[in-house]
Design a protein around this ligand. Structure first.
Ligand SMILES: [Zn+2]
Ligand SMILES: [Zn+2]
Length: 311
């Protein structure tokens, strides 16, 4: 029902701009592969009769959650997973970078530090945001970004939408789905995604209507832990310069220096990158569809207060 409304809205928005008069015929350029009669069906590029192969798999976790007795805690037990080797490598690389930062912060800097209060407070703060970064990354990666049902652009479904004469229905030529407004076809996922922003290899998923909030939070948490790690690395270097290195670091002086330089380099690179990404995402949210996306991000009916702030 929601889909139908969305498609009606799409068609209404497009009406008048493309076709001024009510028109009950197939698009002339594609008359050989469109349905005859009914609302106008606009198809771009080539026409297919069967959808392309999915670039994603849905993993059903219900049996496992049921065995573990956790089924009641999960509304959605199906994981969305993109079958893209490049994306999988990038996502694993992201986790390895976080693990590296975690290792240097904890085992090179904080645990051997002679200041327990400083170590404890920074360890809690860093681990808290690192945990949220990983959690939001997993949510962004394994959530359906807003895929349009595949192959639903059948004559029966289009007729069920109750469109008026001349209304336009956009049909994706690849996944044979009815494209709502602002939906785009992703060539990696091989699906049409509602309000698709881009396909991000770092989360191995599209960023769309349903997972944009997790992506924005992921970039924000990575930016925060990058700034924090750079601050601690500089602080540690200054502390160690005036002391015996064995007292303030878990490893030798040259090894500590290399670890710290690599951590600062990683922090600068990903801190700047995620700050730009987070800023551009927030800017696009504020300048376009502000109310609907922000409402979706902080929907009081579906998200608990903890999730509103952190996830
Ligand atoms: Zn498509
Ligand atoms: Zn995609």
């Amino acid at each position: 029902m929601e889909d139908s409304d969305s498609y009606n809205k799409t068609a209404e928005n497009m009406q008048g701009s493309t076709f001024r008069k009510p028109h009950f015929a197939t698009h002339q350029q594609h008359k050989n592969c469109s349905d005859e009669g009914g609302p106008i069906i606009e198809i771009s590029k080539t026409c297919r009769t069967t959808p392309v192969e999915d670039g994603i798999v849905r993993i059903n976790c219900a049996p496992l959650l049921y065995k573990l007795g956790l089924i009641r805690f999960f509304k959605n037990t199906s994981l969305w997973f993109v079958k893209d080797i490049c994306g999988i490598v990038c996502a694993i690389f992201t986790w390895l970078l976080i693990i590296y930062a975690e290792f240097v912060v904890m085992f090179v800097m904080l645990i051997p530090s002679p200041y327990p209060a400083y170590s404890m407070s920074n360890a809690i703060l860093f681990n808290f945001f690192a945990f949220l970064a990983v959690a939001s990354h997993l949510r962004a990666m394994f959530s359906d970004p807003g895929a349009v049902p595949k192959g639903n652009a059948t004559r029966e479904n289009i007729m069920k939408m109750g469109l008026k004469e001349g209304q336009v229905v956009y049909k994706c030529p690849k996944c044979i789905s009815i494209k709502p407004e602002r939906a785009h076809h992703c060539s990696v996922c091989q699906r049409c995604i509602r309000k698709m922003d881009h396909h991000c290899p770092w989360v191995n998923n599209c960023v769309g209507e349903n997972n944009q909030k997790y992506f924005v939070l992921f970039t924000m948490y990575i930016c925060l832990i990058s700034i924090h790690a750079i601050y601690m690395a500089v602080q540690h270097f200054i502390i160690c310069l005036g002391k015996d290195w064995k007292e303030c670091s878990g490893v030798s002086a040259p090894a500590t220096t290399v670890f710290l330089i690599l951590l600062v380099f990683e922090g600068l690179l990903f801190g700047i990158f995620t700050a730009i990404m987070c800023g551009s995402q927030m800017s696009s949210i504020c300048s376009d569809e502000t109310v609907s996306i922000l409402y979706h991000m902080f929907d009081m009916n579906t998200i608990t207060p903890v999730q509103i702030v952190f996830l």
